[in-house]
Structure formats: structure tokens, C-alpha cells
Design a protein around this ligand. Structure first.
Ligand SMILES: Cc1ncc(COP(=O)(O)O)c(C=O)c1O
Length: 414
């Protein structure tokens, strides 16, 4: 078959929102309670909803796995912020990934960027294959995509931009244009930036996914995921799987995540300001080998930041290579006083971690290093504390670390 016989159109767009991001974050999916007038939605914990006659529910709900008011409201809010017609919430970011992969027929092929979240890599390599879906990884998807597409087999392209943890970027429009010519759908994991900084559907993606656990909830107290898209057919398929598989979030988690979402724009702006200050300082530090931050003019793909991110914002995440190897990276993370050594990201509090020994440990070393995830790489999630305090915390930790590591990489006990 020719390419044109395969080709798909970019799905119809959601109508342009009447309001700007902050107004939508606060008001989308937030109706006043029609009975009490409560301005903040009640938490609807009931698992089942009364029916006035068989098959005639009193309201629009029957059973909470299929839908419930808090999940509906949260989904409406995310759809508005991602410029999507639909959004569906799941019990975690990983469940969202799993359900999208489950929606593919056995024998399907997926092309993914190499530098994906470790759990996504684990699902692609250890779970998807068990139901006949095979994934090829590419370190430079814009260049490789045309060659990696298998006619009639490749159904999905998976992009993480910025990638985790090396913060490399993908030009979504460039990849989507080629993918759509072959009738292939494009997914973008937008967890690292949040809908405030980047809206992948506006650049041609067919789905955008998030680990809500990160910026959307923003307070490190909810595990949840979401997918947003425009196509009616995708809605039919994925909402069927949402109910059939049942990997859904509880009403209380939806309520909490929706509350977090209302301040996303404020948090994302502050986190970007802080990350910019930290990255700028790191770039000048003699203890540092290299800094990965899309907001820096020195980032090799800064032109994509300017094209794809709101106001050229770099987001709250960065990573850097510290002198002194793995030991220095691990020591650095124990010397910070404001940054907590912990996995995860995107909360109000700042975190640090060493991906090679923590979040990305499951990826074989040669593959990890080919993607730039060296043992001395430190990942930083900037929260919304005062930027000056974050900068001095990192400076004092760098001094303590390098002061305590001899040039051979071994601790001198300082
Ligand atoms: C980029 C990215 N995608 C997906 C996930 C998975 O999300 P969850 O932990 O909510 O399952 C994570 C988790 O860290 C992530 O960083």
C-alpha cells in the first residue's frame, strides 16, 4: 500500500478555550454543588448510585469504577488544560502507559525514544512483549523514525520530551508529521513539563499522558495518571479499557489531584524560576562536568524549547554530572539540606536523586550510558521554596562533596 492509503489526519481539535490557563485551572470541571451551593466540590465516596427503576439511575452515575463525579470533574479540568476533547484518569502514570499499550492488537510494533522513564522501559521490554507488542528504542527519533517504521506493523510512536533524566527534547511536530503520513499515532509523556509549560496536542501529538503523581497533583501525596486526546475512536476504546481493566483512581485521590491542579500555573512558574537559577549557577561551578536544562541557551536543543514550551520556559527539572563519579553523586545527595534525597519529582518540595542507582537502575548499564545516564548524573526537581535558598543549598553540598572526595574518586573522610 502507498503511504497516502495509510495516512491519517490529525484528529479534530477541542474547541478553543474561552479563558486562559489560570482561569481554566481554577474553574474547569469545578461546578458549584447544585444542592448546597458548595463552591468546592464535595468528595463523592459512594461506590454505587441509586436507581429509581431498573436501568434508570437517579443521576448520571451507576457504579464508581465506570465513572464518578470527582473523576469526571478532574478529567474535564485536564482536558481543558491540555486543549483536548477528552481525558481519562487512571490509578497511576504506569497504569496509563499499560492501558495505551493494551489497546494495541497483538503483533503491533512501537517506536519509542530510548531515554524513557525506567518504569516505562520496564513495561515496554518486560510486559508488552508478553501480549505480542514489540518496542524498538531510538536515541534520535527525529532522524531514525522513517527507517524504524515497519509497514503495517508500527502503530504507535512514544515520545518523552523532555526525557527523564537527561532532559533531551524531541520536536513533536517533526515526528508527528512523519508518523501521520504512515497512519501511526503519536503519544507524548508530558509529565516533566506539565500542561502549563507544554501542550503536545497543539504540536500534532494524538495523545498526551501524565504521571499526575508529579506536577499536576504537585504535593507528593497522590499516585495517579491521565491521558488526554481528541479522537472519538480513542475515547471509545480507552474508556472501555478504563472500565474493563479497572485501574482507576479513587474519588478522594481525584479530589486531591484536582485541588492540586488549581495552582499548577503558579507552581510551574516558580519551579521554572528556581530551576533556571540553579542551572545557571551549576553551569559556572568547577565541581560540575555538564548541566542538562532545556531553559539554558547552551542546551543543544534550546531552539525546541523556544518553539514548543510556553514562553521558552525550561520547567522545574534538571540534571547534572558531578566530578568524582558515582561516589560523589551519591555523597552530594546526602549533603543537601533543603533538597530531600528521594525518588519522584514535581512536588512543592525540592528533591534530588541519582538515576543510575535509583529510578533507572533497572536499565542495563550500556543502554543507560548510551542514553547519557552516567553513574555521576544527579537529577534535581526544583520545588517552590525560595530560589536563593535552593542555590545556596546546592553550592554548600557541592563544596562538601568535592572537598570530601580525593581526585582518585575515593573519600578522604572529610
Ligand atoms: C516521565 C514519567 N512517566 C511516567 C511515570 C510513571 O508514573 P507513576 O509513578 O504515577 O506510575 C513516571 C514516574 O516517575 C515518570 O517520571
Amino acid at each position: 500500500m502507498t503511504q497516502t492509503e495509510h495516512s491519517i489526519d490529525t484528529p479534530p481539535r477541542a474547541p478553543s478555550p474561552d479563558h486562559r490557563f489560570g482561569t481554566l485551572a481554577v474553574h474547569a470541571g469545578s461546578p458549584h454543588d447544585p444542592v448546597t451551593g458548595a463552591v468546592i466540590e464535595p468528595i463523592s465516596l459512594s461506590t454505587t448510585f441509586a436507581q429509581s427503576a431498573v436501568g434508570k439511575p437517579v443521576g448520571q452515575y451507576e457504579y464508581t469504577r465506570s465513572s464518578n463525579p470527582n473523576r469526571d470533574n478532574f478529567e474535564k479540568a485536564v482536558a481543558a488544560l491540555e486543549h483536548a476533547r477528552y481525558s481519562l484518569a487512571f490509578s497511576s502514570g504506569s497504569a496509563t502507559t499499560a492501558i495505551i499499550l493494551q489497546s494495541l492488537a497483538s503483533g503491533s510494533h512501537v517506536v519509542s525514544v530510548s531515554d524513557v522513564y525506567g518504569g516505562t522501559h520496564r513495561y515496554f521490554t518486560k510486559v508488552a512483549a508478553a501480549h505480542g507488542v514489540h518496542v524498538t528504542f531510538s536515541p534520535s527519533i527525529e532522524l531514525d523514525i522513517e527507517n524504524l517504521i515497519r509497514p503495517n506493523e508500527t502503530k504507535l510512536i512514544w515520545i518523552e520530551t523532555p526525557s527523564n533524566p537527561t532532559l533531551s527534547l524531541v520536536d513533536i511536530r517533526a515526528v508527528a508529521t512523519i508518523a501521520h503520513r504512515h497512519g501511526i499515532l503519536v503519544v507524548v509523556d508530558n509529565t516533566f513539563l506539565s500542561p502549563y509549560v507544554q501542550n503536545p496536542l497543539d504540536h500534532g501529538a494524538d495523545f498526551v499522558v501524565h504521571s499526575v503523581t508529579k506536577y499536576i497533583n504537585g504535593h507528593s501525596d497522590v499516585l495517579m495518571g491521565v491521558a488526554a486526546f481528541n479522537s472519538d475512536a480513542l475515547f471509545e476504546r480507552l474508556s472501555f479499557l478504563q472500565n474493563a481493566i479497572g485501574a482507576v483512581p479513587g474519588a478522594f485521590d481525584c479530589w486531591l489531584a484536582h485541588r492540586g491542579l488549581k495552582t499548577l500555573h503558579l507552581r510551574a512558574r516558580e519551579a521554572t524560576t528556581n530551576a533556571t537559577a540553579v542551572a545557571t549557577m551549576l553551569e559556572k561551578s568547577p565541581e560540575v562536568i555538564a548541566v542538562n536544562y532545556p531553559g539554558l541557551a547552551s542546551h543543544p536543543q534550546h531552539y525546541i524549547t523556544l518553539k514548543q514550551h510556553r514562553n521558552g520556559m525550561g520547567g522545574g527539572m534538571l540534571s547534572f554530572r558531578i566530578k568524582g563519579g558515582k561516589e560523589a553523586a551519591e555523597r552530594f545527595c546526602t549533603h543537601t539540606k533543603i533538597f530531600t534525597l528521594a525518588e519522584s519529582l514535581g512536588g512543592v518540595e525540592s528533591l534530588v536523586e541519582v538515576p543510575a542507582s535509583m529510578t533507572h537502575m533497572g536499565i542495563p548499564k550500556d543502554q543507560r550510558e548510551a542514553a547519557g545516564v552516567f553513574d555521576d548524573l544527579v537529577r534535581v526537581s526544583c520545588g517552590i521554596e525560595d530560589g536563593a535558598d535552593l542555590v545556596s543549598d546546592i553550592q554548600q553540598a557541592l563544596k562538601k562533596t568535592i572537598g570530601g572526595v580525593a581526585s582518585n574518586g575515593f573519600s578522604n573522610g572529610a
